[in-house]
Design a protein around this ligand. Structure first.
Ligand code: ADP
Length: 259
């Protein structure tokens, strides 16, 4: 059976791009975009050619995370030239519309915007495009999962019960449209105080591993709640690029290798 099952096999892929990996979450604010960008950088560090596509129409944050500004160039007035940062090719809905424009998108508009960014961007030869999906499991997300030629999905969750309930819905959504779930990442796992070294499980700990085991999908690893991850992201220099030999980059690389 083709990756993604019979449904996915009928969806047209992106020429030159071997796989499309959706990074999704059951709800907003769990660190989906941060995880997507750092996983993309970790995959690149593993020797792959990687692009990032920001499909989070409700809050596109990839430009800020990668320190990108300005508008992408076009060739022949139609094909978009992806921007480049930290060795990744990138395209974002946030680069195509004015910052501050309210995002009042209906499902079909989101799906066609994503399709355009996927198909009308000159990505070149890539091993994978990591897609930062809109958070949640509503109609929009379902049609994206159904209509985009996604090869596999990664679900990001915090260890909290409420987030896990939503993560379970995300998993069910991808299973429904026969997109294989590559695994679950537990983000904002343990916090280690930079002052005293005490470990605190602010949102709990181990919930996502347990959930992955219960649901029979791979557990990809834990990313700690760390000040440096947030600070590096805010500065447009994600932790995997900024501190490649640090422990956080190692955690992202381990998750990427498990995908
Ligand atoms: P989402 O895409 O799920 O809405 P973001 O990736 O935008 O979430 O993250 C929300 C906020 O949490 C951001 O300020 C981000 O820097 C921060 N954040 C995400 N993951 C971590 C982490 N592991 N440690 C510290 N801060 C994090």
């Amino acid at each position: 059976q083709a990756p993604g099952g019979p449904q996915a096999a009928t969806r047209m892929g992106v020429p030159g791009v071997a796989s499309l990996i959706a990074v999704a979450s059951g709800k907003g604010g769990v660190g989906k975009s941060t995880t997507a960008v750092n996983l993309a950088l970790a995959l690149k560090d593993l020797g792959l050619k990687i692009g990032v596509l920001d499909a989070d129409v409700y809050g596109p944050s990839i430009p800020k995370l990668l320190g990108l500004s300005g508008r992408p160039q076009t060739v022949d007035g139609r094909t978009l030239v992806p921007m480049e940062a930290h060795g990744l090719k990138a395209m974002s809905i946030g680069l195509l519309i004015d910052e501050g424009t309210p995002m009042i998108w209906r499902g079909p508009m989101v799906v066609s915007a994503l399709r355009q960014m996927l198909m009308d961007t000159a990505w070149g030869e890539l091993d994978a495009i990591v897609i930062d999906m809109p958070p949640g499991t509503g109609d929009v997300q379902l049609s994206l999962a159904q209509q985009a030629p996604i090869t596999g999905a990664v679900i990001v969750s915090t260890p909290q019960d409420l987030a896990l309930i939503d993560a379970r819905k995300g998993l069910a959504m991808f299973q429904k449209v026969e997109v294989p779930v590559l695994g679950i990442v537990e983000n904002m796992s343990t916090f280690i105080c930079p002052h005293c070294g005490t470990r605190s499980d602010i949102f709990g700990h181990g919930g996502a591993r347990h959930e992955a085991e219960a649901l029979g999908v791979p557990f990809l690893g834990e990313i700690p709640l760390a000040m440096a991850i947030r600070e590096r992201s805010d500065a447009g220099n994600p932790i995997v690029a900024a501190e490649p030999s640090g422990p956080h980059a190692a955690a992202y690389r381990a998750a990427a290798a498990a995908m």
